[in-house]
Design a binder for this molecule. Structure first.
Ligand SMILES: [Cu+2]
Length: 128
């Protein structure tokens, strides 16, 4: 990038000014376009747990409305989960369930960010 800008400067100052203005404009407005994202979870994605968990927590970079969380165990069998204040926007969302027997699990989630964008993802963990 630096090399290209220097090359442009030699050739055309107006073009450089336009490029700089565009770059600054892009930078200044970037936060407005930043999407909410999952920042962490407990259990963490890929965790191998020696103690059976009875809850899972998702943490997001900003307040989101988690619209669906489901937990699948062995052979994709769904595990019953409970979620408090399911329809309230929050930066964290927690689901609880009965202590999980050993096995591989996948927690799938869907959410809507404050700017209305749909989000989804999943985390996997193993109970030893
Ligand atoms: Cu967005």
């Amino acid at each position: 990038m630096t090399k290209r800008v220097h090359a442009m400067r030699r050739r055309s100052r107006p073009l450089l000014a336009t490029m700089l203005a565009a770059a600054i404009g892009l930078f200044a407005t970037a936060p407005a376009f930043a999407h909410a994202r999952l920042t962490s979870s407990d259990p963490a994605d890929g965790a191998k747990l020696s103690a059976a968990p009875t809850s899972a927590r998702l943490s997001f970079s900003e307040t989101v409305l988690v619209t669906d969380v489901s937990l699948a165990g062995a052979a994709g069998r769904e595990v019953e989960t409970h979620r408090e204040s399911a329809m309230r926007p929050a930066a964290q969302s927690e689901v609880t369930f009965d202590a999980l027997p050993p096995g591989d699990y996948r927690l799938q989630w869907r959410a809507q960010s404050a700017d209305g964008h749909p989000m989804s993802g999943s985390i996997g963990f193993t109970v030893k």
